[in-house]
Design a protein around this ligand. Sequence first.
Ligand code: SAM
Length: 215
Amino acid sequence: MRKNVTKLKANEPDYGNWVSMRGLYTLGALAIFFLILSFVFLAGLAAAAAFLVAAAFFVALGYNTFMRYTFSPRGGNLEAQIREMVLDHFDWDGEGQALDIGCGNGPLTIAVAKKFPKARVTGIDYWGGTIFKNEYSRAYSKQACERNAQIEGVADRVTFQRASARALPFDDESFDAAVSNFVFYLVDARDKETLSKSRCESSRKAERSHFMSPS
Ligand SMILES: C[S@@+](CC[C@H](N)C(=O)[O-])C[C@H]1O[C@@H](n2cnc3c(N)ncnc32)[C@H](O)[C@@H]1O
């Protein structure tokens, strides 16, 4: 029995969570820091201000913990529901090559490959920056993408590549379609125009792109 549970876990894909544990730890540490500051080192108005800042961090911590739970399979799997919505709106015949920009651990790349059995799909991401550049950079990796693709049975039709959405390293019209999920809001406003332009150039038909992101 025990053996089976272990085996099942080893064969489960790991798609991570859009709310990183690192982010939660950071919020928790800041909340505690300002709380201690308000009680031990400050007095009067400064103490009240530090207390309010601590309270704000505790609220943010509570909200983000709730969102992490809601995004996870145990809490309703909102991430998977949003992914399904992106796929439902992805108007493509599945013939040719698709690009997933900012693929994380590859859930959308793999879902596109599973939905379109003839398609080849490339996922790009710039995994591995510092926390200041990108809070997700340590949570997601190319290695995890490749493992997930193996487990999901699409490894022969998907490729993962380190690249920045700001300068896609592909010739114009390399892809027949492009998707992206929850990435654009992380891109600086000044780079959004470049990104939109380059994804249209990379995709043979810009209208076959479906990009989903909070603003
Ligand atoms: C919220 S995660 C979404 C991951 C994935 N699309 C999904 O649906 O799970 C955002 C991802 O975008 C990536 N990302 C953000 N800005 C990027 C950029 N300029 N170039 C490449 N990847 C980027 C991050 O590294 C992260 O993996």
